[in-house]
Write a protein that binds this ligand. Structure first.
Ligand code: NAI
Length: 446
């Protein structure tokens, strides 16, 4: 059943003006943000241990959140239980559900096809990951609201408008109800409608607020292209308008050769007075964007950038040391963090472990060693797989103690996972470990 068989209005769904119609205007004050669709008072469940450590975004703390039907004592709310039941049901057939969802959407709203890339492979993955992430955090209001606000802001660059959300919601429910018939019921549908409507409103409000402050995207001219290894290039770009971000964050990049295909890259420098931005890009197999940026891009080419995002930033309210692990091109944001500490003039110890498979892959070691020479508080150690007794995260065990340090991890997802285990094992609490979202990393740099 891969082809859509429903037509608009089936599955109890109305047309574009149906029950998903969102409020399009900005709330009167920031305190009203996200409130419009709530019927019950705000109740925030205790964050799960896994997320208690999640660093806060640098913006204002979220005040309101979706999915307010939270049971007392931090148990999952009735809606969350229902929604997770659907997710369990569709998990094994997720590919089919997402294909069906997009087929429904493009049949009902052919005009929306132009917002998506010609090839939909990664896009399919992303929808599912966004859904799973939202479902996972449904009762964890601050985390979910942060996530949705980022998602709403990030969707501006695709040309997403408030009026698109009803169609997306209806097709999503159409796909879920078709592929989860065993668990689907009027209650299940009502839970999804409530959750989607509220989540969509948070995204719409975040996008509307962002529109008052920032462009939807920036054009940026490549001003330098430095091929450091046959596969790794360092690109320096000049945005056409001021671009403000924090060291440790990342953004999305679109090349002229693959329109509407966006990939994430971290800023490899702290904000500079000349406004230039730097990215480290490794060409990976089947990576359209990364291959274009490494092998095809030249000074003078113009790329597009989305807004900055990510919370792997330095907490300047403490003077704890920074323990930084950068694997491969994951060293990019670590270098930005080092520059950030240097610019503040703080004498906090910063210990960088730079992991690579071979000597040749340590493409940025010279810069880091130069920084080490001029900053006595900085120590840089290279861990090369071919020579090391221990792989990158395990190498930490030979040094320390690390109990006065905040840890920053950046690199391949496997390295981050084993890094988290090692750090916990050597006594660094989760609340002091920072890294980018693993979901995002799966498409970083491809
Ligand atoms: N370009 C950028 O701005 C950023 C890139 N990244 C991510 O960094 C990664 C860089 O890839 P490559 O340069 O090819 O790195 P790589 O695969 O060559 O590995 C770099 C280091 O990580 C270690 N490592 C890899 N897998 C491991 C595992 N499962 N357990 C323990 N250690 C492991 C290796 O031993 C090596 O020391 C990509 O996944 C990219 O998405 C992350 C943040 C920013």
């Amino acid at each position: 059943m891969d082809a859509p068989t429903t037509t608009p209005g089936e599955n109890g769904m109305s047309g574009g003006d149906g029950w998903f119609a969102p409020r399009k205007t900005l709330p009167a004050s920031p305190r009203d943000a996200g409130h419009a669709v709530h019927e019950s008072p705000r109740v925030v469940a205790a964050p799960s241990p896994q997320h208690r450590s999640a660093p806060q975004h640098h913006g204002t703390a979220p005040e309101h959140g979706p999915a307010q039907r939270v049971a007392p004592g931090g148990e999952a709310s009735a809606d969350t239980v229902l929604i997770r039941r659907t997710m369990t049901e569709i998990g094994p057939i997720a590919d089919k559900v997402t294909s069906y969802f997009y087929a429904l959407l493009f049949i009902r709203r052919p005009d929306l096809r132009a917002l998506f890339p010609p090839a939909m492979d990664t896009q399919r993955d992303r929808l599912l990951k966004a859904l799973l992430t939202a479902a996972e955090h449904l009762d964890n209001t601050p985390v979910l609201v942060d996530y949705l606000r980022d998602l709403g802001r990030g969707h501006r660059k695709y040309g997403t408008l408030a009026e698109h959300y009803p169609a997306v919601g209806e097709c999503l429910i159409g796909a879920l109800s078709t592929y989860a018939p065993a668990v689907w019921s009027p209650e299940m549908e009502a839970a999804w409608v409530r959750a989607y409507t509220t989540m969509a409103q948070v995204m719409i409000d975040a996008a509307a607020a962002d529109e008052l402050r920032s462009p939807a995207w920036w054009h940026a001219e490549i001003v330098a292209h430095d091929l450091r290894t046959p596969d790794v290039a360092i690109l320096t770009v000049r945005p056409d308008q001021p671009y403000s971000f924090l060291a440790g964050q990342y953004t999305s990049v679109e090349t002229p050769w693959w329109p509407r295909v966006w990939r994430h890259y971290s800023f490899a420098s702290a904000p500079r007075p000349d406004g230039l931005l730097t990215f480290h890009v490794k060409a990976v197999s089947a990576g359209w964007v990364s291959n274009a940026l490494v092998r095809r891009a030249r000074p003078g080419d113009v790329i597009r950038l989305g807004p900055p995002t990510g919370s792997m930033t330095v907490d300047h309210t403490t003077d704890s040391g920074l323990l930084c692990l950068g694997g491969g091109t994951g060293i990019a944001p670590i270098r930005a963090l080092v520059e950030d500490v240097a610019e503040r003039g703080a004498r906090r110890p910063v210990e960088v472990f730079y992991g690579a498979r071979t000597d040749r892959d340590l493409y940025d070691i010279d810069t880091l060693l130069r920084l080490q020479q001029s900053h006595p508080w900085l120590s840089v150690r290279a861990v090369v797989d071919q020579q090391a007794r221990l792989r990158l995260p395990d190498a930490l065990r030979d040094y320390g103690p690390w109990n006065e340090y905040d840890a920053y991890l950046s690199g391949p997802p496997g390295m981050i996972r084993s890094g988290i285990d090692t750090l916990r094992d050597i006594g660094i609490p989760s609340s002091r470990i920072r890294h980018d979202s693993l979901e995002e990393l799966l498409v970083v740099g491809s």
